[in-house]
Design a protein around this ligand. Structure first.
Ligand code: WT7
Length: 651
């Protein structure tokens, strides 16, 4: 990836004049946020309503062994009241959510703040009736339908902690999260229509729940009305109960540091961990970043194409926009169904002003040709955003020229599940953008570039290293669910005193930041984060597999693809059938997003004499860049490398 800009794009005069934040304001606010974080966040916290004011802004320690992160800790609030109730007086009839279904033949819905209030209260009352209370965990395994947002907000309303499992995950992955969070209820739907196909979500939930505690309830939203198996003792019919449920439900008073949600995400080792976000700081940070990064103004129609199964959907479809009283669009389908104009048709139909998507979608649509874009009226667009992985300049330019017609600033937002909201991004009225650069830290964010091995801070510009953050911000994750030690180990042990992001970065000659990708064993496939260890453990769970090593390799559309080296049990023979079997096996263990792109049979894996797999070498071979393998002298059996090169898949 190139990380030198050939062309740069200053804010338009209009943006510079009318945006919430222009260059001078960014400089002043950024400076204030670093010089006096307490004062800065005290003021910013006033953008939400507190049931009980806080007296202390920040109580943070990044010291390994005693990490604690608290913001506004003695304040109390309710997140759903902030996202709904407080808007009722001024914008009760305004559309809160525009819902666009999978098929353009089905009608879109416009859900007003008043209707959102009623539906959220109904869902909250039903959850209470089936025994869900403050602090209980609720799994949400849903299509992108309004009920998914009602479910999130209903949990927030009664103080339950939601954990959304992306509907593309397998029953096994769902079961692991039900068990890991010790959930009381799974909220699901009969089927999830997507791209003209319908995933049988309820049937998946049935399979998952077969292996869980029998007391776990299953609440079912009827999306398609298709047939589902029913277990009277366990299953709850939301669609039937909703008709009778009361639409009044008082919001629970929650402490600022009470968990709002858990979201499982992959790391470099072990199974996915439950990232915990809490209520007050998270909401302040999601709301502020949503307003400033996207330059959201009252009356705008804002669309983030993510799924609520990812953090982007949490912060930038639901919590941030609704806290700001925005109109947020929720889309059930995929960019290429019925054809590759779907996104642009929706922008035209609903007069979308801010559009936020992932590089993988841009690349896929770019490949279909510009006619799909040119046929639509995109004159409503004011700003474009991207998130999830580094964007290559070619995709950036296409987005800018073909979609934005050169009139829309592009915000390349770098952040993580762990960070709750944007940590680095250009601001549209303040910064000159460079294709592929995340540019500038958001208010309160102190990025540091460290020398990877010594951990020494690298000062100055035109430098590269690992990216850490020197101090906390309100949207930061607080812990790993049930495992604070793992939290400290993962993020605070390698570079003492800092939050370690897992990303590499470059600070260019102008002092602007470019994310160069993960420096750990996490890969990014179509913007979905995957631990290579997870795919490996799925592979070795297959009875014919003795050993497996998984690495990423460059992929034109997905950004990275999944490359697996597999050693079979003795007596087992490689075959195309077995390849297909293993691919399906991984899909069913984790989900289709983890589907291996390449499986290479490896009679041996390159290991050090102490038995550690040398991934650096496997990565090079997968990248088809085996000319510079580096030092292989420490390998136990250097000759395995020759075999792997000779039989590489990625020619
Ligand atoms: C990882 C986090 C944050 C929501 C989506 C992904 C990569 C994310 C960018 C960007 C370059 C990016 C990083 C990061 N990443 N945004 N704009 N430019 N890389 O969340 O699944 O937690 O993944 O995604 O490597 O660490 P996630």
């Amino acid at each position: 990836m190139s990380n030198v800009a050939t062309q740069t794009y200053p804010p338009s005069d209009d943006m510079a004049a009318n945006a919430h934040v222009n260059a001078a304001k960014y400089d002043a606010m950024y400076h204030a946020s670093i010089a006096d974080p307490e004062g800065f966040w005290l003021e910013q916290a006033q953008r939400i309503d507190w049931m009980k004011p806080f007296t202390k802004v920040k109580d943070v320690d990044f010291t390994f062994g005693q990490v604690k992160i608290n913001w506004f800790a003695d304040g109390a609030l309710n997140v759903s009241a902030n996202c709904i109730d407080r808007h009722l007086e001024t914008r009760g009839d305004q559309t809160a959510i525009i819902w666009e279904p999978d098929s353009p033949d089905e009608e879109a819905q416009h859900i007003s703040y008043r209707a959102l209030h009623a539906q959220t209260c109904k869902m909250a009352n039903i959850l209470r009736d089936i025994g869900v209370g403050k602090g209980d965990r609720v799994i949400i395994y849903m299509p992108m339908i309004p009920e998914a947002a009602y479910a999130m907000l209903a949990c927030a309303r009664i103080g339950a902690i939601h954990s959304i499992v992306f509907a593309g995950f397998s029953p096994d992955a769902l079961a692991a999260r039900v068990q890991g969070s010790d959930a009381k209820v799974v909220i699901t739907a009969d089927y999830a229509p997507r791209g003209g196909k319908a995933t049988p979500l309820k049937a998946n939930a049935d399979k998952a729940l077969a292996g869980c505690d029998p007391s776990v309830k299953c609440m079912v939203v009827r999306r398609t009305g298709g047939d589902v198996a029913w277990n009277d003792a366990r299953d709850v019919d939301y669609t039937a109960l909703e008709k009778e449920a009361s639409d009044i439900c008082a919001p629970e008073e929650m402490n600022a540091e009470d968990p709002l949600f858990i979201l499982y995400t992959s790391g470099s080792t072990g199974q996915p961990k439950g990232v915990v976000h809490t209520s007050g700081g998270y909401l302040v940070y999601a709301a502020l970043t949503h307003e400033v990064t996207f330059d959201y103004h009252d009356g705008d129609v804002y669309w983030c194409t993510a799924d609520v199964g990812w953090v982007t959907g949490h912060s930038y479809i639901v919590y941030g926009p609704l806290a700001n009283g925005a109109t947020t669009l929720m889309f059930e389908g995929v960019p290429t169904y019925p054809d590759a104009s779907r996104f642009w048709q929706i922008c035209e139909k609903h007069k979308v002003n801010q559009f936020y998507t992932a590089p993988t979608a841009i690349r896929a649509l770019m490949g279909k040709g510009r006619a799909f874009v040119d046929g639509c009226d995109l004159s409503s667009l004011k700003l474009l955003g991207t998130v999830g992985e580094p964007i290559n300049p070619e995709a950036w330019n296409w987005y800018n020229d073909v979609v934005g017609k050169g009139n829309c600033p592009i915000v390349d937002t770098w952040w993580q599940t762990e960070t709750g909201g944007h940590l680095m991004t250009p601001l549209p009225g303040a910064h000159t953008t460079k294709p592929g650069a995340a540019m500038k830290p958001f208010f309160g964010i102190k990025p540091v570039v460290l020398e990877p091995t010594t951990g020494a801070e690298i000062e100055g510009n035109d430098v590269e290293g690992v990216l850490c953050i020197a101090d906390s911000w309100p949207g930061q994750m607080r812990t790993v669910w049930g495992d604070h030690e793992r939290f400290e180990q993962t993020y605070f042990s390698d570079y003492k005193g800092y939050y370690f992001t897992g990303d590499g970065c470059r600070r260019d000659a102008d002092g602007d930041y470019w994310i160069t990708g993960r420096v750990d064993d996490v890969i990014n496939v179509s913007g979905h984060r995957m631990g290579t260890a997870e795919v490996e453990s799925a592979l070795v769970a297959h009875p014919k597999v003795a050993e497996a090593a998984v690495v990423g390799f460059p992929h034109d559309i997905k950004g990275q693809g999944i490359y697996c080296y597999v050693s079979l049990m003795s007596g087992e023979n490689p075959s195309e059938d077995l390849r297909a079997e293993l691919r399906n096996w991984v899909r069913s263990e984790i989900g289709p997003i983890a589907s291996p792109d390449m499986i290479q049979w490896a009679p041996g894996l390159p290991k050090t004499r102490s038995g550690k797999i040398m991934r650096r070498i496997l990565r090079k071979i997968a990248e088809n860049d085996y000319g510079t393998l580096g030092d292989t002298s420490t390998l136990a059996e250097p000759e395995v490398v020759d075999d792997l090169i000779a039989n590489r898949m990625n020619r």
